[in-house]
Design a protein around this ligand. Structure first.
Ligand code: MN3
Length: 202
C-alpha cells in the first residue's frame, strides 16, 4: 500500500509563490486521489506487491494490460508529486555545483536553460508537466509530458519537474500560468536537485 508522503515544510511556507490553500488541496486531495487509485489498481495483482513505484513505471510495458493505464496515470501521479514536494523549499538558493556546470555546458548559460524550461512549461497544451531530465547517456534534456506521464517510462530520470495542471496554480494565479512558472524558481530546492544529480551520474 502506498501512502501520502509528509511535506518537509508547512503549507504556507512557499507563499507568496505558492499559497497555503493550494498546497493543502494539492497534497491532501489531488495527490491522495492518485495514491488511492494506484492502490485500488494493484489490489487484484498480488504478483506486483514486491515492485517498487519506480519499477512499476520504468517497466510499465511489463505491467498487466488491464491496469497499465491506471498505473501510468495514478502511479505516475504519485511519483511525480512525491518528487515535486521534494524539489521545493522555502529556503531556495542557487547551488554552484556539478549540475550548474553541466547546465551551462549544455544550454549555454543558466539564463538560456531557464528560458528553455519556461517555454516548454508555458506551451504544454492542457494538463501536464515540464521536466529537466538525465537520459541514459547522462545528458540533460528538457521536455514536457501530458497528464501524469513520467520520464521514468521512457528511461529518463527526472531532476526538476514542474506541475502545470491548473490545480497546481489556479486558486492564486487563475489563467496566468506564465506568472506561476516564473514565480516557481523562487522555491526550487537546488541543494536537493544537485544531490540527486550527483547520485545519478555516480
Ligand atoms: Mn498536481
Amino acid at each position: 500500500m502506498f501512502i501520502l508522503p509528509k511535506l518537509d515544510y508547512a503549507y504556507d511556507a512557499l507563499a507568496p509563490y505558492i499559497d497555503s490553500h493550494t498546497m493543502e488541496i494539492h497534497l491532501n486531495k489531488h495527490h491522495q486521489a492518485y495514491i488511492d487509485n494506484l492502490n485500488k489498481a494493484l489490489q487484484g495483482h498480488p504478483e506486483l506487491v514486491s515492485w517498487s513505484l519506480e519499477k512499476l513505471l520504468i517497466d510499465i510495458d511489463l505491467v498487466p494490460q488491464d491496469i497499465r493505464i491506471a498505473i501510468q496515470n495514478h502511479g505516475g501521479g504519485h511519483y511525480n508529486h512525491t518528487l515535486f514536494w521534494k524539489i521545493m523549499t522555502p529556503k531556495s538558493k542557487i547551488v554552484h555545483g556539478k549540475l550548474e556546470q553541466k547546465i551551462v555546458q549544455w544550454f549555454g548559460s543558466r539564463e538560456l536553460f531557464v528560458q528553455s524550461f519556461e517555454n516548454v512549461a508555458k506551451t504544454r497544451f492542457g494538463s501536464g508537466w515540464a521536466w529537466l531530465v538525465v537520459d541514459k547517456q547522462g545528458e540533460l534534456k528538457i521536455y514536457s509530458t501530458a497528464n501524469q506521464d513520467t520520464p521514468l517510462m521512457v528511461g529518463d530520470m527526472p531532476l526538476l519537474g514542474l506541475d502545470v495542471w491548473e490545480h497546481a496554480y489556479y486558486l492564486n494565479y487563475q489563467n496566468r500560468r506564465p506568472d506561476y512558472i516564473v514565480a516557481w524558481w523562487n522555491v526550487v530546492n537546488w541543494e536537493f536537485v544537485e544531490e540527486r544529480y550527483c547520485q545519478l551520474i555516480g
